[in-house]
Ligand binder design. Structure first.
Ligand SMILES: *[C@@H]1O[C@H](CO)[C@@H](O)[C@H](O)[C@H]1NC(C)=O
Ligand SMILES: *[C@@H]1O[C@H](CO)[C@@H](O)[C@H](O)[C@H]1NC(C)=O
Ligand SMILES: *[C@@H]1O[C@H](CO)[C@@H](O)[C@H](O)[C@H]1NC(C)=O
Ligand SMILES: *[C@@H]1O[C@H](CO)[C@@H](O)[C@H](O)[C@H]1NC(C)=O
Ligand SMILES: *[C@@H]1O[C@H](CO)[C@@H](O)[C@H](O)[C@H]1NC(C)=O
Ligand SMILES: [Ca+2]
Ligand SMILES: [Ca+2]
Length: 575
């Protein structure tokens, strides 16, 4: 199996990348990856005017050094067949059918991925592929490729470890390296500091971000905010003097891939952009589940260190909460994960690291954008979470928070998205997989996803307006449930206040356009379902404004000692 590793790794990456992906139909994910890669290679060959062999070599050289040998081995093994196919300059759909990675299951429609100009007329890629395979006398061994699946990928040495991590993250979402088991790590990836404030002592569980300072932090910084020691003039602890009456708090988000900030780099798919830098930080990206929490709306901090893979402004609720009161430094936990819906949010809430009586209060955003209405096949609205189920699931999670949150916390229930607006904004635009050919639109992509039964959200990424509207309507009903919960159960939990925040799309879109941006710039370029970096930052500003206007007590007062904290403690140990 080693020989296929060059295909396998990207396939695995994509498999891992698609939140909650199922294998799908008609070749599903493998087919999707195959057509993407072939389209990329063909366009690269055309753009650079290189030979197919040179393009393949170049492509391998872009991958991380550890993976390059696998890529070269793969090309050697698969080589003759693949090279023949590429030289034939066939439609990627036909090539992937010839490789038997894509196929048309009985009774299923023919799925169409990216294709060069003029080849959209291929009525039966299966038939055409057979003709092509015969003409090029492809070895029947190629047929074995169709048996690839994730299980076999994961048996390949090297890939095995990746699979283990991916499994661990996609299952547990807890820091992998955390010696003192306090839920906070010192390493960036694998649910470490990208997700939760950096631990300042990984050998002492009582020392972690958000702790109530022990002994006034006279000698040791027990809450990792960088503030400790004694003021020689007043003999007071700095924690007491600068933070004591400041009402410190941390921010937590319970959410899905939008809050985790899912993003696939455009530079991986776009033949006009791919370069030797594109995959530079592949491992870090993998370790973070293709999410970018350190640049997200809720818990983003600091600078963009990956300009080869993501671009745009960084702004967040955490950043603003820290600026408001520097005592809150490092106190954030992003508990969001790809694919989370009201059914799974309870499990995420259980990974919260916070102890009533020992830790400061929290500001919790409960932000489920749409997985409750997103299914991978259209059947009827009955497949979506019902209002009653939403009520039960949310109440169960709130009851858990009622037992775990420190006193004086706040929980903000955020409305669901209206993904119904995406289709009109995106459908006619060209997808980056064919920037050079200019042939494959987002509308085509949505159809392709649906045909492979791999769509992220069939109800919203759908050409049928009736279906989009039905999906939006259900999302509105679920939002109404959240609103009602806040009205009815406001006083139910003694340890936190509850608020409802409406993220009003029409209003936000209008502000976005007023600020000189285009509507399509809201969406991430590859899947067009998640939001772009710039829009993540814009959302932070909007949500902050709304929180500040409607329930400022959730943010606490401005700390008058902020300037002194900066003077005395500088960067406070960084992030
Ligand atoms: C405060 O006093 C301690 C011990 O006397 C000394 O080590 C420290 O440098 C002093 N700090 C400042 C800021 O003066
Ligand atoms: C939280 O507040 C409640 C009611 O005011 C009180 O009974 C409880 O002891 C407090 N819990 C902690 C951990 O301080
Ligand atoms: C919601 O919870 C109530 C009370 O526990 C239960 O009777 C009802 O069947 C639940 N509804 C659904 C749809 O699960
Ligand atoms: C759109 O979907 C609805 C609901 O499934 C269906 O009744 C209708 O025929 C569809 N319209 C088109 C044009 O396919
Ligand atoms: C947020 O509030 C500030 C200050 O009032 C204002 O300048 C800005 O336009 C607002 N931004 C958004 C996105 O609402
Ligand atoms: Ca730790
Ligand atoms: Ca401290």
């Amino acid at each position: 199996m080693k020989s296929i590793a060059g295909w396998v790794l990207p396939a695995l990456l994509l498999f891992a990348a698609i939140p909650d992906s199922k294998q799908g139909a008609n070749g599903g994910n493998n087919c999707l990856v195959c057509t993407y890669i072939v389209a990329l290679l063909e366009q690269l060959t055309e753009i650079r005017q290189t030979s197919v062999i040179e393009t393949l070599d170049q492509f391998c050289s872009y991958l991380p050094v550890d993976v390059q040998p696998m890529c070269h081995t793969a090309i050697k093994a698969l080589g003759p067949a693949v090279i023949k196919l590429l030289i034939a300059r066939e439609d990627p759909n036909v090539i992937c059918h010839a490789l038997k990675i894509c196929y048309t299951e009985p009774g299923q429609p023919v799925c169409r991925g990216p294709a060069p100009p003029g080849s959209s007329g291929v009525k039966d890629p299966d038939f055409k592929a057979k003709v092509l395979a015969a003409r090029l006398s492809l070895s029947p061994a190629i047929g074995q490729l169709s048996h690839l699946n994730v299980l076999t990928f994961c048996q390949i040495p090297g890939v095995r470890e990746l699979c283990y991590w991916i499994h661990r993250f996609s299952d547990q979402h807890e820091p992998v390296k955390d010696d003192d088991q306090d839920g906070f790590s010192t390493m960036f990836g694998m649910r470490g500091t990208a997700w939760r404030g950096k631990d300042c002592s990984d050998q002492a569980p009582d020392i972690h971000p958000g702790a109530i300072p022990q002994n006034g932090d006279r000698e040791v910084d027990s809450n990792c905010n960088g503030i400790f020691g004694v003021n020689n003039l007043t003999q007071q602890n700095y924690e007491d003097e600068l933070c004591g009456s400041s009402q410190p708090r941390g921010v937590v988000v319970l959410g899905d891939s939008i809050s985790a900030h899912f993003h696939l780099p455009r530079q991986w798919f776009d033949a006009t952009l791919i370069s030797k830098d594109s995959f530079k930080n592949l491992l870090t990206i993998l370790e973070n589940e293709f999410d970018w929490p350190s640049m997200s709306t809720m818990t983003g901090y600091g600078e963009n260190l990956w300009p080869e893979a993501i671009t745009g402004a960084v702004d967040s609720i955490y950043k603003r909460l820290r600026e408001r009161n520097r005592c809150n430094h490092r106190d954030y936990q992003n508990l969001a994960a790809n694919g989370v819906s009201s059914w799974k949010v309870m499990k995420a809430a259980k990974t919260l690291s916070r102890h009533a009586g020992k830790d400061q209060p929290l500001l919790v955003y409960f932000a489920l954008a749409g997985n409750d209405v997103c299914t991978s096949r259209w059947n009827s609205v009955d497949d979506m979470t019902s209002p009653e189920e939403m009520y039960n699931n949310t109440m169960a999670t709130l009851d858990l928070l009622g037992q775990t949150l420190p006193n004086n916390s706040h929980v903000i229930l955020v409305s669901l998205l209206d993904g119904g607006v995406i289709y009109d904004i995106m459908a006619t635009r060209v997808h980056p997989a064919t920037t050079y050919w200019g042939t494959f639109t987002y509308g085509d992509l949505y159809q392709y996803y649906e045909c492979l039964q791999m769509t992220l959200c069939v109800g919203w990424l759908n050409a049928n307006k009736t279906i989009r509207d039905m999906t939006s309507k259900r999302a509105e009903q679920l939002t109404a449930v959240l609103q009602k919960i806040v009205q009815v159960h406001k006083g139910r939990y003694p340890n936190f206040q509850m608020h409802f925040l409406e993220f009003n799309h029409h209003e936000v879109l209008k502000k976005w356009l007023d600020s000189g941006r285009e509507a399509w710039e809201m969406m991430d370029a590859i899947d067009s379902f998640h939001t772009s970096q710039d829009f993540q930052a814009f959302s932070a500003e909007h949500i902050w404004n709304q929180t500040l206007a409607s329930f400022p007590q959730a943010l606490g007062p401005v700390n008058p000692h902020n300037d002194r904290i900066v003077q005395l403690f500088g960067q406070q140990g960084g992030h």
